[in-house]
Design a protein around this ligand. Structure first.
Ligand code: CAA
Length: 465
């Protein structure tokens, strides 16, 4: 049976989008009256991207999908499945996917499966898995799939506000991909929790129990990692390869609500490796940590000694396998569903492509409420194909550098406009159109029946940005 599957199914192209405006986190500390260093050092955030009332989840997805198809010269008729993952809901019935079908109207291609998936920041991973599963299934008709994730992460004034952000990612999925999802190596953990949720359908803001959300994130990480290790070891059992550990990955990426949590997460995985290692391995690989021999996972989510010891122990691993993936998270903030995929883009643009050829990347995706998966991606051995794939991302750093800084006062005023007019109808947004990047779809207006109309800022010469 396996021989009939298409080979090397995964990500053939990836496109990222972030807001054209940001607020500086040092300035935000002062504006909010927070102690200096709380957002920048304590949370590890430098800048936070945000959208005015000119952008919503539909416009972000229209922009990112258009750009991907244009940049990759993919015909609309070549797409057979389109999945959207988002938690930014503007309509309780009409999907974002159905809005995106406007882009396919001219081509006449309406034969496109897939719809929206929602569970906090996990929807993007569900979209990607659905797209990959379709290509590997008996339903596949030989065309390509698109997995799209987009969110506007905004919080009410208070402790959570500096952990906002926004963005969108579109991934073209098909066989013979440069980034191949490893078969049989997905470890999932789902359970019921009220750590972060959006029960007030009239508001964009979540209800958050910050501390509980961190505990849920770390405990889902523990469970997924242990399960991944088990599945990896089962797959390798006929070979003499080392059992799974942090060494299994050449890079390891995480859903990133704020960068500091990711550094702690690498420490947490190292703590898991420690607890799962033999006495002999402990002495060799974890010198001077025997005082934690009797520590348990459950009792240590907020244990400062364990946290500090294993962050120190794993500092080199963090520096070599994870830090590069935090570029966009540090500069834009939490994108919710695209977050872990912004980590993938950050890694891809962070150094010479050759260094990643043939390597294994681990990914941890977390959505509150809660749904989480750890899985891995193998980078193709075809260096030329991979370099070409990565070179398509050459626009990311210049685009990031070209953003406009906005004062916290103006950011706060724009948040109030969003807050006041969320779901207003009829409504004409007031946010600046000239501040948007070229080729950006924006909300033109909402009519009395809540129907949204979008327009696009002019593209520049190559038709893309
Ligand atoms: N200089 C340096 N560091 C400082 C500082 C200063 N002046 N002041 C405070 N700090 C440090 C603190 O010591 C703390 O670090 P440690 O935890 O390492 O000690 C850090 O800054 C944050 O300070 P607090 O813990 O006091 O922050 P807080 O409680 O006011 O808020 C938060 C932090 C709970 C994360 C809040 O921002 C929040 O609720 N955010 C939204 C929820 C979230 O992001 N949860 C993450 C997991 S859930 C998830 O992943 C899904 C998702 O995307 C939402």
């Amino acid at each position: 049976m396996a021989s009939h599957w298409p080979e090397n199914v995964g990500i053939r192209a990836i496109e990222i989008l972030f807001p054209s405006q940001y607020v500086d986190q040092t300035e935000l500390e002062t504006f909010d009256g927070a102690s200096a260093g709380k957002y920048t050092i304590g949370l590890g955030q430098a800048k936070m991207g945000f959208c005015s009332d000119r952008e919503d989840v539909n416009s972000l997805c229209l922009t990112v999908v258009s750009r991907l198809l244009e940049r990759q010269h993919v015909k609309h008729s070549e797409i057979g499945r389109l999945e959207v993952g988002t938690e930014t809901i503007v309509d309780k019935s009409k999907s974002v996917k159905s809005v995106l079908m406007q882009l396919f109207a001219e081509s006449g291609n309406t034969d496109i499966e897939g719809i929206d998936t929602t569970n906090a920041c996990y929807g993007g991973t569900a979209a990607l898995f659905n797209a990959v599963n379709w290509v590997e299934s008996s339903s596949w008709d030989g065309r390509l799939a698109l997995a799209v994730c987009a969110d506007i992460a905004v919080y009410a004034k208070g402790a959570a506000r500096p952990t906002g952000g926004a963005g969108a990612v579109a991934m073209l999925v098909g066989p013979n991909a440069p980034l191949i999802l490893d078969r049989g190596l997905r470890a999932t953990h789902m359970e019921h929790a009220y750590d972060f949720y959006k029960p007030d359908l009239s508001s964009e803001y979540p209800t958050v129990d910050g501390k509980l959300s961190i505990q849920c994130y770390l405990s889902a990480l523990d469970t997924c990692y242990r399960l991944y290790r088990k599945k990896f070891d089962q797959q390798q059992k006929d070979t003499s390869k080392q059992p799974a550990s942090l060494s299994t990955f050449d890079a390891i990426l995480f859903h990133t609500p704020f960068c500091k949590l990711v550094q702690k997460s690498v420490g947490r995985l190292s703590f898991n490796d420690f607890l799962l290692s033999s006495e002999e391995e402990r002495t060799k690989q974890f010198p001077d940590l025997e005082r934690f021999n009797t520590a348990t996972l459950e009792s240590t989510y907020f244990d400062r000694d364990v946290e500090k010891a294993f962050m120190t122990q794993s500092a080199n691993i963090f520096a070599s396998k994870t830090k590069k993936s935090l570029l966009l998270a540090n500069q834009v903030g939490n994108m919710y569903t695209p977050s872990v995929y912004s980590g993938l883009v950050s890694l891809l643009i962070s150094g010479p492509a050759q260094e990643l050829v043939g390597k294994r990347i681990g990914l941890f995706s977390y959505g509150s409420g809660l749904a989480a998966s750890m899985y891995s991606i193998s980078v193709t051995q075809d260096a030329a194909a991979f370099e070409k794939f990565v070179s398509q991302l050459d626009y990311v750093q210049p685009l990031l550098n070209s953003r406009e800084k906005v004062a916290p006062e103006q950011f706060s005023a724009l948040m109030e406009v969003r807050e006041k007019n969320n779901h207003a109808a009829p409504y004409t947004p007031t946010g600046s159109i000239s501040a948007l990047f070229p080729g950006t779809y924006y909300l033109k207006d909402v009519d009395a029946l809540h129907r949204r109309t979008y327009e696009r800022t002019p593209t520049i010469s190559n038709g893309v940005h």
